[in-house]
Design a protein around this ligand. Structure first.
Ligand code: SF4
Length: 472
């Protein structure tokens, strides 16, 4: 399961904004490893550099030194719409005869498929296959005079998740959809302002957190300082998976440190599913903290039974079949010296398709583990995500197809316990109304039924088209 993207923005007359953006993207690298990009403006001219790869592979002294100005935005990408290729790397520049802007996006627009032909009909050109370019062109297409009103126009037409940083020649904008599905925060730095997907980016560049960008808010930052505009919204729907898995444990969202939330998830799992065991471990890295929480609550010793190769990121070198067969071994290495003969509690963040977990269980058994008691920090995922998380279709989700006892049998664990919704909400310590939990409940904050029906229809049509062409 992957998050789509990290975004950043800075307005400062006193900083090397491209360099600060580089280090902020470095701190947000966990949100996307396919491509990275930075755009800057000196008030007159916009410059942009984006390419495939990790932030440290895309940028060097030479590329950074060509990005001048006092405003910058940056982006790390993981693709959920649009394929993984250079033209889809962000930020994306869009322009018409009179205006241009650069846009960086975290989220997913569910009605992009409807807006795209409309914009094409108006003569807008598309250089990428992303929904982000649809947002940019939609803003440009507005007949309103000010950029804020043009962004407002786009917000009224867009359905879905979007946390955006936008750069025009002289102004930085931050925009968050009215549900606040993806996080976005605001900070100060040396007489300037910064915007970031997560607070950990602010910490790394020495910025000070001010507050979150509110759902439905447009923040405008320019030579006159900061101005905020608020669009109305019906409800909040922050993605609860930010707490379980996506965001870094040293980030704070809604006033809750993610480390504390994950610790509490592990503690609540131990209360809901106690078991006699010799050792607890979290699957590294995302479930390490929850594993410690389970250990605290249960009194069972915490240990590290699997080591993760932290440098296995995305690679553009295709593995050959022999390497591919190694599967999880490329990422995880068990410690038989620690595991042999143990009754083990294994804490993990989630089970999506159920393709990796059986391999991990098998690997642990091969290392001599006597019993595997699997504990999951989320309820079963039964519904797909339409808001920027690359999960799976409903038919690929193991919990949509099997009962919990069937899943336990399938993955080969001795016992299996999923954290309840109530246990999860207690751990994040915020009321239910704040969150999107649609992948557990099917209760989407935005009606997606129409889109789902359409996708099913398209899939059916495509299937019959390919069948027809095969027959021919
Ligand atoms: S459906 Fe699930 S993964 Fe998607 S935004 Fe909602 S909570 Fe997050």
């Amino acid at each position: 399961m992957h998050e789509k993207c990290g975004v950043f923005g800075i307005y400062s007359l006193e900083e090397d904004v491209a360099r600060i953006t580089f280090f902020a993207l470095f701190a947000l690298q966990h949100r996307g490893q396919e491509s990275a990009g930075i755009a800057t403006s000196n008030g007159k001219k916009i410059q942009l550099y984006a390419s495939m790869g990790l932030v440290s592979q895309v940028f060097n002294e030479s590329t950074l030194s060509q990005l001048n100005g006092h405003i910058a935005i940056g982006h790390n990408r993981y693709s959920t719409t649009g394929s993984s290729r250079t033209c889809n790397a962000q930020p994306i520049l869009v322009s018409n005869n009179s205006d241009e802007l650069v846009i960086a996006h975290n989220g997913n627009i569910i009605n992009a498929g409807n807006l795209y032909p409309e914009l094409l009909g108006q003569g807008y050109k598309f250089a990428s296959t992303t929904d982000t370019e649809v947002i940019g062109n939609l803003i440009l297409s507005s007949t309103e005079k000010s950029w804020v009103d043009r962004i407002r126009y786009a917000m009224h037409r867009l359905q879905g998740a979007y946390s955006l940083t936008i750069l025009t020649k002289d102004t930085l904008y931050a925009v968050r959809d009215p549900f606040g599905i993806r996080p976005l925060c605001l900070g100060t730095i040396d007489h300037g302002y910064v915007i970031a997907s997560e607070t950990c980016a602010l910490d790394h560049i020495g910025a000070t957190f001010i507050r979150e960008v509110e759902p439905g808010e447009i923040v405008m930052i320019n030579e006159n300082g900061l101005t905020s505009y608020q669009e109305p919204g019906n409800r909040r729907a922050l993605c609860i998976f930010e707490y379980i898995y996506f965001a870094r444990p040293d980030s704070v969202i809604n006033g809750r440190l993610l480390y504390s939330a994950r610790l509490a998830m592990g503690e609540n799992l131990a209360k809901e599913y106690p078991v006699e065991a010799d050792l607890v471990m979290g699957v590294p890295d995302s479930a390490t903290v929850a594993g410690i929480g389970y250990s605290h609550q249960s009194g069972i010793l915490y240990g590290e039974g699997l080591l993760k190769n932290r440098y296995v990121g995305r690679t553009f070198i295709e593995p050959d079949q022999r390497i591919r067969d190694l599967g999880v071994r490329l990422k995880l290495n068990p410690l038989p010296q620690v595991l042999d003969g143990k009754r083990l509690v294994v804490v993990d963040d989630s089970i999506v398709r159920g393709t990796t977990t059986p391999k991990v269980v098998k690997m642990l058994r091969r290392a001599g583990v006597k019993e595997v008691h699997l504990r999951i920090c989320s309820p079963p995922i039964r519904y797909p995500c339409f808001f920027g998380v690359d999960m799976a279709t409903r038919w690929e989700l193991i919990a949509a197809q099997k009962t919990v006892p069937q899943i336990r049998h399938f993955i080969g664990a001795d016992t299996l316990g999923y954290l309840s919704l109530e246990g999860l909400l207690k751990a994040v310590a915020l009321p239910r109304e704040n969150f999107c939990m649609a992948c557990f409940t099917g209760d989407y904050p935005i009606p997606v039924q129409l889109e789902m029906d359409k996708m099913a229809l398209e899939a059916r049509n495509n299937a019959s088209i390919s069948l027809t062409s095969k027959r021919r």
